[in-house]
Design a protein around this ligand. Structure first.
Ligand code: BGC
Length: 357
C-alpha cells in the first residue's frame, strides 16, 4: 500500500506539471464588471444546475451529494437541479445548457462528455453572467470553467496500471473498456494506465468504447473475451466497465483467473470484489464532487470568486477530490472510512470476511 501512495504522490507531481487544469478566465480589458456574476443574487433567487453524463448509480451518488449540499446550505429543492442524459449524449448536454442559460440560472456545473464541443455553450453561459464550473471530467485548456472539481484522472489511471502490474507480473494481454473517446477523464485514465504498464510484458489491446451504455459494455466485453481466449487482464475505465468485464468473465468460467482492475465503488463493483471477480477498484469520491460543486457555486454567488476559492482550497483552478484504492483486503476499512465521513452506500461488508490470503 505504501508503494501505491508513493506512486500516487509521484503521479500527482507529474500531472501537476503537465496539467491541463482550467484557468480562471482573465477579465476582458475593457469590461468594468468582473466575471462571472455582475450582481450578487439574493439567496432565495439562487438557482444551481448540475449536469452529469449518464444514468448510473455513480451519478446517483453525485446527486446525493448535490442534494446534501442544497440541504446544508438551506436551499429549497427547486433551487438545485440535477440532470443526466440516459447514455453519453453531447447534443443533449448542450441543449440542457441552452435551456438553463435562457432561464438565467446562477450557476451551472457540468461534466463535459466532449469538452471541445461543450466549450462554446459554456462560454455563452459565462458571458451571460452565469457561474460555470466543471466536475468529474475536465474541460479544455483555458476553458471558461472557473474550477474543475473531481479526480486527477491521469494519476488515477497510473495507479490502476501499477495495480495491474502487481497482479500480472508475467504480463499478458489486457482488454480496456471505456465509455467515451472524447471525455478527458476516459482519455487521461487510459493514458495513465498505458504509461504505467509501458516497458512491461503487459500488452494493452485497443480500448473499446460503449458510449456509457452498460448493455453495450457487456457485449463488447464478451466479444473481446471470445476474440482473445488468452486474455490475462481487463481494465474498466468507467463505473459500469468493471461489472461488464466481471459478468463476461464469470460467464466464461474464468473468474479469478483474469485479473480485473476498474474504477468506482458502486454496489455491483463491491459485490464483485467480495466474490473475487474484481481484484481492485479505484474508488472516486463522486458524492464530494456533487456536494462541492453546489457549495462552490453558492459561495461564488454570495461571497465572490476569491473568497470562495480561498474557503474551498482551490489550487490552480482545481479541487482534487482524491481516490481510494479498494481491494478485498481493505474493503472493511474502506466502508468504515465512508461511514466516518457520513457518505451513504447501499452495500455492506457485514457478514462477509475477506479471503484468508
Ligand atoms: C466516470 C464518469 C462516468 C461514470 C459512469 C465514472 O467512472 O467518472 O464520467 O459517467 O463512470 O459511466
Amino acid at each position: 500500500m505504501k508503494r501505491v501512495y508513493l506512486l500516487l504522490a509521484i503521479a500527482w507531481v507529474i500531472v501537476s506539471l503537465v496539467s491541463c487544469a482550467p484557468q480562471p478566465t482573465p477579465a476582458a480589458p475593457q469590461t468594468p464588471a468582473p466575471q462571472p456574476t455582475p450582481a450578487k443574487p439574493s439567496v432565495e433567487n439562487i438557482r444551481i444546475v448540475v449536469i452529469g453524463k449518464s444514468v448510473h448509480p455513480y451519478w446517483s451518488n453525485v446527486e446525493l451529494g448535490v442534494k446534501a449540499a442544497a440541504r446544508d446550505l438551506g436551499l429549497r429543492g427547486d433551487q438545485v437541479i440535477f440532470f443526466v442524459p440516459p447514455t453519453e449524449d453531447v447534443a443533449k448536454q448542450i441543449e440542457v445548457m441552452e435551456t438553463y442559460i435562457a432561464q438565467k440560472v446562477t450557476g451551472i456545473a457540468v461534466a463535459p462528455s466532449d469538452p471541445a464541443a461543450l466549450e462554446p455553450v459554456m462560454k455563452k453561459a459565462a458571458e451571460a453572467g452565469i457561474i460555470v464550473t466543471t466536475l468529474d471530467t475536465p474541460p479544455v485548456e483555458n476553458s471558461v470553467s472557473l474550477v474543475y472539481i473531481g479526480t486527477d484522472n491521469y494519476a488515477a489511471g497510473r495507479i490502476a496500471g501499477e495495480v495491474m502490474k502487481e497482479l500480472l507480473p508475467e504480463g499478458g494481454k489486457v482488454g480496456i473498456g471505456r465509455g467515451s473517446d472524447t471525455a478527458l477523464n476516459a482519455l487521461q485514465r487510459t493514458q495513465g494506465f498505458l504509461d504505467a504498464i509501458a516497458g512491461t510484458k503487459i500488452q494493452a489491446l485497443e480500448p473499446v468504447n460503449d458510449k456509457e451504455d452498460a448493455a453495450r459494455a457487456l457485449e463488447l466485453a464478451n466479444s473481446v473475451l471470445s476474440a482473445h481466449p488468452d486474455l490475462a487482464g481487463a481494465f474498466g475505465v468507467y463505473a459500469y466497465n468493471g461489472p461488464a468485464w466481471a459478468t463476461a468473465i464469470k460467464e466464461a468460467g474464468k473468474a479469478g483467473k483474469i485479473k480485473v482492475v476498474c474504477f468506482d465503488a458502486t454496489t455491483d463493483v463491491i459485490n464483485f470484489i467480495k466474490e473475487g471477480v474484481i481484484h481492485a477498484t479505484i474508488a472516486q469520491r463522486e458524492y464530494d464532487m456533487g456536494y462541492k460543486s453546489v457549495q462552490m457555486i453558492y459561495l461564488i454567488a454570495t461571497k465572490g470568486k476569491d473568497a470562495a476559492f480561498a474557503e474551498m482550497g482551490v489550487k490552480n483552478g482545481v479541487i482534487d477530490t482524491g481516490v481510494d484504492v479498494v481491494t478485498a483486503k481493505n474493503l472493511k476499512e474502506y466502508e468504515a472510512s465512508l461511514d466516518a465521513r457520513g457518505i451513504p452506500h447501499e452495500w455492506t461488508t457485514q457478514g462477509w470476511e475477506p479471503p484468508s490470503q
